[in-house]
Design a protein around this ligand. Sequence first.
Ligand SMILES: [Fe+2]
Ligand SMILES: [Fe+2]
Length: 201
Amino acid sequence: MTESEIILISRYSAAELAGSILLGKYARSTKKNYLRSQLTWQCYEEAEHAWKWAKILHDQSLPLLEIHDKNEYFSYASELKNEIEFLVFAHIYELRADFHLKTHITLPSLDPSFKKTMQRIIEDEDQHLDWIAIYLKKIQKEGNKEVVAYIKKWGKFENKTYIDYISQLASSDDKYFRQLGELIEKNLSNYEFSWKKFLQD
Ligand SMILES: [Fe+2]
Ligand SMILES: [Fe+2]
């Protein structure tokens, strides 16, 4: 396990925890029974993911590092005005996280324990993507106009913060970060921006 992988695992764990805390916050404030149940379940899943990443380090007596990345997508969460905006925010992030992990997992130098956990987490994430997309599509069909506005807003934020992050990795002095950044840059044209389907109707 390299120092770079310890940093990335700590970063992935911190992002899952940040996601879980936000999901829990909206599970506590929603007035809708369906959303309360779904958000509680997903809060639990993301907290479990935070621990799954952390456990890779724990099992090898390696430190889980303190991570406070500035200007990344989650640092804009304080702008969220309501639960629909939050669902859009979460959905766009999860679509990119899915692309990111599916690309990272192809890095030849990936540590085997890191890879094993990554595979399990990728499988869980598919279900998260499905239910939010179905719910947003449903309210959009019922006449909600906020979804489109929020998709445009957070799509732009996400693209900028992600591209900035990847170019930081690709231009890093650290060999592992550079390899990962370059691998992702090479695959960026395959990213489907699936959230754009909300803009087509
Ligand atoms: Fe997760
Ligand atoms: Fe997720």
